[in-house]
Design a binder for this molecule. Structure first.
Ligand SMILES: [Fe+2]
Length: 378
């Protein structure tokens, strides 16, 4: 038994950003808050987006979003939205900006402490949000979850509800043309991780499985090209479709142990989410392989592995993912500078993550600790 809801309207294509003002009119937005980080301003992306907001609207810019968005970013943004009496939000950026905007959308209307919403039911009373992704990775523009760092507890928590999903996702591959190779690589593997975890999560369902598998096909076909040549329009579009499908897959299923470990690293060491996922992905896959062997063989075949025997194909698929990570020059675990003394704490946080239950292999704190040690000793 499953439900499939898709609260966001998806508008996709090169130049679709030009439709921003029309979409703002449809939600009767008169005063909007544009949410981004400083990098988006420096890269002139904000200026390009603002060209498509007509002068009959007032724009307030909130650019204090940090990577692995912090609870205080959400509170500060919500305070400003209330003070300025904005009636809609537009988030421009990667997962951090869009996730932060979802949190702001809730707090500005429902008040309280953002951490409370990890368990509290979120009502429909949220500021309407239009999401404009500038990376092909997070899928946050269409997911109905938001990952936020509790800075007192150094813990990443998730708020999840269809009420916080963007009303509209304007997905314009052109916005990713100037994305540097390393960000293209790490966000691209993040998207691949969403697809693999969405397809294989314990709680998955057929629609999430279908979207995850097709996302794997797209991402594995285009990621090396997109990293090698950012101006490759076909590859950029393929990556945007892949990350969209991967996001749809995991938001209707779940992520699993790769994300549990990456989010633990993100909360203690503040390391980029995509980079952490990219390093951990093949190692968790090796742990899970006996539990989802057939699905892993299908993942391999979606990536072009032409082998009849399922077990051989499954192994080849993991090897191919390791090769892709090398081809796009992603760093190894040692380069993250993680102190082995923290492995226990990181393992405890991984086990505590709400997505731990979705991993095909049941992972205990000891399992995570031995995996961190194994990855560190390679
Ligand atoms: Fe992710």
């Amino acid at each position: 038994m499953f439900d499939f809801i898709l609260p966001s309207k998806i508008r996709f294509g090169k130049g679709i950003i030009k439709e921003l003002d029309e979409e703002l009119n449809k939600i009767s937005a008169k005063k909007i808050m544009l949410i981004c980080d400083e990098g988006i301003i420096k890269a002139n992306i904000l200026k390009n987006v603002l060209k498509f907001v007509k002068e009959d609207k007032i724009v307030v810019v909130f650019s204090k979003i940090e990577a692995n968005p912090k609870d205080y970013n959400i509170h500060e943004g919500a305070d400003l939205a209330i003070e300025e009496k904005v009636d809609a939000l537009v988030a421009v950026g990667g997962g951090s900006a869009i996730d932060a905007a979802k949190g702001i959308a809730v707090l500005a209307r429902q008040g309280g402490n953002i951490r409370d919403y990890e368990k509290k039911v979120i009502s429909e009373n949220c500021l309407p949000l239009i999401a404009i992704p500038t990376t092909s990775g997070t899928g946050s523009e269409i997911t109905f979850s938001s990952v936020i760092t509790d800075t007192k507890e150094n813990f990443k928590f998730t708020i999840k509800s269809p009420s916080i999903a963007a009303r509209v996702a304007l997905i314009d591959p052109e916005l990713t043309y100037s994305l540097p190779p390393m960000i293209t690589a790490s966000t691209g593997i993040d998207a691949l991780t969403h697809a693999i975890e969405g397809y294989t999560a314990n709680c998955t369902e057929p629609i999430a499985e279908a979207m995850g598998l097709y996302a794997i096909e797209y991402i594995s076909k285009y990621i090396v090209r997109a990293v090698g040549n950012g101006a490759d329009e076909e590859a950029r579009e393929g990556m945007m479709i892949g990350s969209l499908l991967g996001g749809l897959s995991f938001s209707h299923a779940d992520v699993a142990s790769v994300h549990c470990m990456a989010e633990a690293l993100g909360s203690i060491y503040d390391k980029p989410h995509g980079m952490c996922n990219s390093i951990i992905l093949p190692h968790v896959m090796k742990e899970n392989l006996p539990y989802v062997l057939y699905k892993y063989s299908r993942i391999a075949r979606a990536m072009g592995v032409d082998v009849k025997d399922d077990e051989t194909a499954a192994y080849r698929g993991i090897e191919l993912i390791e090769k892709i990570s090398k081809d796009i020059a992603l760093p190894d675990f040692k380069s993250l500078g993680i102190d082995p003394k923290d492995f226990r704490l990181l393992s405890e946080l991984s086990e505590k993550n709400s997505s731990n239950k979705s991993n095909p292999k049941k992972m205990t704190v000891d399992d995570y600790e031995s995996l961190f040690n194994k990855i560190n000793n390679i």
